[in-house]
Every structure is written in structure tokens, then in C-alpha cells.
Design a binder for this molecule. Structure first.
Ligand code: CAA
Ligand code: NAI
Length: 246
């Protein structure tokens, strides 16, 4: 088992990539704290995983709200002890062309995708410093590296995640903490289900592997970066996108 007895906190774990990662991490022996805004779905999914015999607990959180994050991290530590792995996976889109994007939608996306990652990482840091080691994995996107029509807010937030990843890799490396990011391409989840079919077809034509990604494709990358197999990888942005952009 690649994560035996590690305590992993995954945000955005009620759905999509985060949920798939929660199951994979639990299968690999981790104690998994599933954190999400959506308590109804999150509790249900965590219950289903426990029925399969996995060690998981759901914690409600709004990553944009610092006191909510601090409370959630406190409860995770009370339940499982110090957190060894943090997957900053919660994220949202509010797409619009620049000419039509509201300031509210710009701020909402920055709050979840960028400030949320800052909040969660700062709150978890004392756990990792106490342990003398840790793995932080942030979720960027191809949109953050190459830009994407209709995603001014989202691309800016995901590019910001790359900047924070590299900064923290430099700051925290000497404390035994590895910080890396995964940059997924287009993955089959609720997030891409709302994208117009015409645009999905255009994207598919650009992917050398000729398919959208599956949540498992990203969960496997998170697992590698959370496991001891990646102990000398720090400050990298791993693109998992079927080769859509090179
Ligand atoms: N490339 C080039 N041109 C594009 C384009 C693209 N990908 N998408 C739209 N356009 C063009 C349209 O052809 C149109 O051109 P004309 O004015 O000449 O006709 C113009 O831009 C406006 O497009 P719409 O008519 O679609 O404008 P709208 O205001 O109705 O909708 C939109 C805008 C909401 C951004 C819509 O186009 C849309 O949903 N696009 C998808 C955005 C996208 O790819 N989101 C990814 C979500 S998944 C995700 O974010 C995960 C991840 O990390 C990758
Ligand atoms: P999803 O929409 O299926 O799941 C996102 C989860 O985040 C949801 O359960 C939602 O409740 C939660 N969430 C949203 N706001 C929150 C908040 N304020 N506090 C706590 N939780 C909150 O999305 P998906 O596709 O699983 O995305 C996961 C991550 O991967 C996101 O960061 C996304 O930007 C990123 N990503 C996704 C891609 C895709 O194509 N699906 C591509 C590239 C990156």
C-alpha cells in the first residue's frame, strides 16, 4: 500500500476528481479526510466508501472562509492526528467572455481557486512542520498555463496556483515538505458536463490521445505525488492532459 497510515486531507472531495482520489487514497491505506462545501453529497459519498471498508470521514468546509477552514482542519486533527498530505482540489468555473464577465464572477473564482488554496495550505502547515515532512499537491489546469477562451477568471486563478506552488516549494523544501501541482486537461466530471458540446468536440480533436481524461487519470497523478515514490520531486507542475498542449 502506497499511503499506509498517512493522513490525507482532500478538498472538493464530494464529487468528481476529489471523490475518486478519496477512494484511491483510502484503497492505498490512507486515512482520508474528505472536505467539501456540499455536506449532503459529501456525507453520502463518505458513507458509501465506509461501507466498502475504507477509513474516510467527511468534513464540511467553505475554503473561501478562513474560520471555516481553521475549524475543519482542527476537527481533522482531532479525528486522525497530524495531516501528512494535502490535496488542494476544490475548484469552480464561472465562464464568460471578457467583455461580459462580471466582477462578482471574477472574484468568486479567485476566492475559491486561489484564496481557498492559500487558506487550506496555511492552516495545514503546522501539522506538517510538527511531522517534519509533508506533501502538498495543488490543482492547476491547462487553462492556467496556456489560457482558454471564456476563462479570464479561471485561467488567472490557476496560473496563480502555479506561482504559489513554486514559491512554497522553495520556502518549505527545507522543512521536508514537497509542494507540487497537477495541471489536468479536460476531464469527465460535472465541471466539463456544462461545457457546450461543440467546444468539447473541438477540444477532443486537439488531444493526441483522442479522449477526454477520466477522474482516475488525475487521482493517479495525485497518488504518485503524495506517495514516497515522488520524494525528490518538488516545485513541478505535472500536466495530465493527453497531450492537448505541448
Ligand atoms: N476558441 C475560439 N473561439 C471561441 C471559442 C474557442 N474555444 N469559444 C468561443 N469562441 C468564439 C465563438 O465562436 C464566438 O465567436 P463569434 O462572436 O465570432 O461568433 C465568440 O467566441 C463568443 O462565443 P459564444 O457565442 O459561445 O459566447 P457566449 O457569451 O454565449 O458564451 C462562453 C461564452 C460561456 C465562454 C462559452 O463560449 C463557453 O462556455 N465556452 C467554454 C469555455 C470553456 O472551455 N470552459 C472550460 C470549462 S472546463 C474547465 O474549466 C476545466 C479545465 O480546467 C480545463
Ligand atoms: P467538480 O465540480 O466535480 O468538484 C469540485 C468540488 O469542489 C465540488 O464537490 C464542490 O462542492 C467543491 N467546492 C466548490 N467550491 C467549494 C468551496 N468554496 N469550499 C469547499 N468545496 C468547494 O470538479 P472537478 O472536475 O472534480 O474539479 C476538481 C479540481 O480539478 C478543480 O480544482 C478544477 O478546477 C480542477 N480541474 C478540473 C478539470 C476538469 O476538466 N474537470 C480540468 C482542470 C482542472
Amino acid at each position: 500500500m502506497r499511503l499506509k497510515d498517512k493522513v490525507a486531507l482532500i478538498t472538493g472531495a464530494a464529487n468528481g476528481i476529489g471523490l475518486t482520489a478519496a477512494e484511491l487514497f483510502a484503497k492505498e491505506g490512507a486515512k482520508v479526510a474528505m472536505a467539501d462545501f456540499n455536506a449532503e453529497i459529501g456525507e453520502k459519498r463518505a458513507g458509501e466508501l465506509r461501507e466498502k471498508g475504507y477509513e474516510v470521514t467527511f468534513f464540511q468546509v467553505n475554503v473561501t472562509d478562513r474560520s471555516s477552514v481553521d475549524k475543519m482542519v482542527g476537527k481533522v486533527r482531532d479525528t486522525y492526528g497530524n495531516i501528512g498530505v494535502l490535496i488542494n482540489n476544490a475548484g469552480i468555473t464561472r465562464d464568460a467572455m471578457l467583455s461580459k464577465m462580471s466582477v462578482e464572477d471574477f472574484r468568486a473564482v479567485m476566492d475559491v481557486n486561489l484564496t481557498g488554496v492559500f487558506h487550506c495550505t496555511q492552516a495545514v502547515l503546522p501539522s506538517m512542520i510538527e511531522n517534519g515532512k509533508g506533501k502538498i499537491i495543488n490543482t492547476s489546469s491547462v487553462s492556467g498555463i496556456y489560457g482558454n477562451v471564456g476563462q479570464t477568471n479561471y485561467a488567472a486563478s490557476k496560473a496563480g496556483v502555479v506561482g504559489m506552488t513554486k514559491t512554497w516549494a522553495k520556502e518549505l523544501g527545507r522543512k521536508g515538505i514537497n509542494v507540487n501541482a497537477v495541471a489536468p486537461g479536460f476531464i469527465e466530471t460535472g465541471m466539463t458536463a456544462v461545457v457546450p458540446e461543440k467546444i468539447i468536440d473541438q477540444m477532443k480533436q486537439m488531444i493526441p490521445l483522442a479522449r477526454l481524461g477520466k477522474p482516475e487519470d488525475i487521482a493517479n497523478a495525485y497518488l504518485f505525488l503524495a506517495s514516497d515514490e515522488s520524494n525528490y520531486i518538488n516545485g513541478t507542475v505535472l500536466q495530465v492532459d493527453g497531450g492537448i498542449m505541448m
